[in-house]
Design a protein around this ligand. Structure first.
Ligand code: 5RP
Length: 235
């Protein structure tokens, strides 16, 4: 393998270490994002070179395509129903292993797949650790119908809440609204600090038009933190 730059090295070592949790015959949720892509490539190596038998359940069309390319057999969650393990990246994690996810726009499938798994292992680098969640804008998936009204309701719902900001922006992709695999939109909520993630998640998911938010609370079991020097820390 060619020499990796420090960022890719950290992603690679965390992905490689997380695959120690995979056993023969497992049904494995395959996350989305650049770190998860390393994991899928390494899993492909294990399938092709070591004869590992797994069934992967991708969390996005992007991940499904990569899994096919590298030879990881895949199935839909509808067919598998429950999973042994999910390995996925994150945008932020705190000391309680709560996460912000959805930077890649796949939070809905990621949350469904992780929740259907006996174990969720998150692969990250040290820069994603925070004392308090919220520096990374919180992604919220909303249906396109009436999205401006949904946005206003979201911003209004934050009045009096323990957060550091209230503005939401529509995520764009080359000047057009970004569309999720389900055809929905993403609003990025600029909170800076989330004092009470549990309350916020409940409030957001009660607003009509909100499909899901990017707070993953009590879902993650282990965070694998890879570093550019090749070392790995488990939390
Ligand atoms: C996609 C996600 C990703 O896991 C998250 O954005 C981290 O991505 P990366 O590994 O590229 O930093 O939640 O929806």
């Amino acid at each position: 393998m060619a020499k990796l730059n420090p960022i890719d090295m950290a992603k690679y070592v965390s992905a490689r270490r997380a695959l120690d949790y995979v056993e023969d015959g497992m049904r494995v949720g395959l996350g989305t994002g650049s770190t998860a892509a390393w994991m899928v490539r390494c899993l492909g190596d294990m399938v092709r070179e070591d004869g590992l038998r797994v069934t992967g359940v991708p969390t996005s069309t992007r991940t499904a395509e990569l899994a096919r390319q590298v030879g990881v057999p895949i199935a839909a969650l509808e067919d598998v129903k429950w999973l042994d393990l999910t390995i996925d990246g994150a945008d932020e994690f705190d000391d309680d292993l709560n996460l912000i996810k959805g930077g890649g726009g796949a939070l809905l499938q990621e949350k469904i797949v992780a929740t259907a798994s006996d174990m969720m292992v998150v692969i990250t680098d040290p820069a994603k650790h925070v004392d308090t969640l919220g520096a990374f804008p919180l992604p919220i998936e909303v249906i396109p119908f009436g999205w401006q009204t949904t946005k206003a309701l979201i911003e209004e719902s934050l009045v009096g809440m323990d957060v550091g900001g209230r503005g939401a922006t529509l995520r764009l992709n080359r000047d057009a609204p970004f569309r999720t695999d389900e055809g929905n939109l993403i609003l990025d909520l600029h909170l800076r600090r989330i004092g009470n993630p549990r309350q916020l998640s409940l409030v957001l998911n009660q607003i009509p038009g909100v499909v899901e938010n990017g707070l993953f609370l009590d879902i993650c079991d282990v965070v694998v933190v890879g570093a550019a020097d090749g070392s790995v820390e488990l939390r």
